[in-house]
Design a protein around this ligand. Structure first.
Ligand code: ZN
Length: 496
């Protein structure tokens, strides 16, 4: 199956056959969070997209080294290399050490990723731990003559770089348009061109986060850490570089320029970008007041939310849209996702208990076997088509229908061949739990506890104590569990 995977490469603007540089090893670098505030839902979607890519590559048998950084060096307020250090600003505001801010929000980020059942990266390097390497890269770019020092700061010379390489290779931006689109340099600006970006900034006296360097006591520019840490852990040329679509320009474009200038090599073979999250059709942003934090989703404590939604509901909701499409969040869509997720969770429960048995009388139905085989193949086809989780979920629901038919008795399990049953079981469980990372949210101890309740229910029924029967049903319903009277006895399910 490995040879069938196609991925969309932002660098070429098309889907390409996935061919790692050194199979079965795959190097993947994803731009991680900036840890001076809570991770917002849009960022989370981006990390979730790469969690899926990581999981599926491993499912296909690749050995993936997944590096995701922590941006803990206080970068400036905007891309123009001006303004206040964001981490230091927060530290001043809350009367804390900058590293206390960094620690608090790194912990918070890890907690959120765990709640969402995301896999941990193989390495999670922090920018502040790689200042020496960043200084070394600045020196290399200076040696190559593609940067200049002025008043203790070092800037990348975009125009000079573009004479020998292509600035805009990833974003498709044209240098002339970029120049006419920028403001003129005012007398204060040290840069030769407004397009130049900082590799090293001399720190103002009030600036807290600072390190010594050959040029000044200062701090690295925003784009530098990713060039340094990706190549340190994955080599000068590696397979996948990912991030949110808002990072494509200038961040990723500048990363490429730095690597070409300093190492003579464009770093990644495939560039992948996850699209934005919108809310009720609007871009989510703090200034519009419509930005939602993960914990507000779980508590329902937000003016735009009707009720709380569970982490697995949100995960399922996000996976219903392909990572390259924008995803709109709304109460209606989340409510529908809650139902869908519970259907899938019920399917997991049922399938795990289902045992294959031949009854010796029913003939194997070739058509049904073929159909189920096709549904299983389709799951792979969808994921191989640039990780299309939306289509994969649709195919899983086709399998789910068969599972439910077996469960309710409308499809005889012995119409399936043992091989078909085994494949159906392994594909469904593997895709739901390992590839999509969706798991049952109820604790595992629930089954034996419910068995006790179920036996009281059965007893009440046999004694025709309908008051008690109704009571038990009502109580369970309050907990989101429904009882089902089936031919084979009584069963329970998550209320969909
Ligand atoms: Zn980055």
């Amino acid at each position: 199956m490995q040879q069938n995977l196609k991925v969309y490469n932002s660098l070429s603007g098309s889907k390409e056959k996935f061919q790692p540089l050194n199979p079965p090893y795959v190097g993947m670098y994803v731009c991680g969070p900036t840890v001076y505030s809570d991770v917002h839902l849009g960022n989370l979607r981006s990390f979730l997209s790469f969690d899926i890519i990581y999981r599926y590559l491993m499912h296909l048998g690749y050995k993936v080294r997944y590096v995701r950084n922590i941006t803990d060096v206080g970068h400036l307020e905007n891309d123009a290399d001006e303004g206040e250090d964001k981490i230091a600003k927060k530290a001043k505001l809350e009367n804390l050490e900058p590293m206390e801010i960094v620690h608090r929000y790194t912990q918070g980020f890890h907690q959120v990723t765990r709640v969402f059942n995301m896999q941990e990266p193989s390495i999670e390097p922090s920018a502040s731990g790689h200042i020496i390497e960043q200084i070394a890269l600045v020196s290399k770019i200076l040696e190559a003559g593609l940067a200049y020092e002025i008043n203790g700061s070092v800037y990348f010379d975009v125009l000079k770089y573009n004479e020998q390489a292509h600035y805009g290779a990833l974003s498709g931006r044209v240098l002339d348009d970029l120049i006419s689109g920028t403001r003129d340099l005012d007398g204060q600006d040290e840069k030769r061109s407004p397009l130049d970006f900082a590799l090293w900034k001399k720190a103002a006296p009030s600036h807290i986060m600072r390190w010594p360097s050959p040029w000044s006591d200062g701090f690295p520019g925003w784009h530098l850490e990713c060039s340094t840490m990706s190549t340190k852990y994955l080599g000068k040329k590696f397979d996948i570089h990912g991030g949110g679509i808002d990072l494509k320009f200038p961040h990723h474009e500048c990363e490429i320029a730095q690597c070409v200038a300093g190492y003579g090599e464009s770093p990644a073979k495939y560039w992948m970008h996850a699209n934005m999250l919108t809310i009720n059709g609007q871009k989510m942003s703090k200034s519009l007041g419509n930005s939602i934090l993960p914990r507000q989703l779980f508590s329902g404590d937000h003016q735009l939310l009707d009720r709380p939604y569970s982490p697995m509901t949100v995960r399922f909701f996000m996976l219903q849209t392909h990572y390259r499409s924008t995803l709109d969040i709304s109460n209606e869509a989340l409510t529908a996702a809650a139902k869908g997720y519970k259907k899938l969770a019920n399917g997991l429960r049922i399938l795990k208990r289902l045992q294959y048995q031949e009854n010796g009388q029913t003939a194997i139905d070739e058509k049904i076997n073929q159909q189920i085989g096709q549904f299983c193949d389709n799951c792979y086809h969808a994921m191989n088509d640039d990780f299309n989780t939306a289509k994969t979920i649709a195919h899983l629901f086709n399998i789910l229908k068969k599972i439910n038919s077996i469960h309710t008795g409308s499809l005889d399990i012995s119409q399936l061949s043992p091989e078909t049953f085994d494949r159906m079981k392994s594909v469904f469980l593997d895709f739901v739990e390992n590839v999509l990372g969706l798991e049952e949210e109820r604790p595992g101890q629930l089954d034996p506890l419910l068995d006790i309740v179920l036996s009281s229910y059965k007893e009440a029924k046999s004694l025709q104590d309908y008051q008690k029967v109704d009571d038990i049903r009502d109580q369970l319903k309050k907990q989101g569990i429904v009882l089902k009277d089936m031919k084979t006895g009584v069963d329970w399910a998550y209320e969909e």
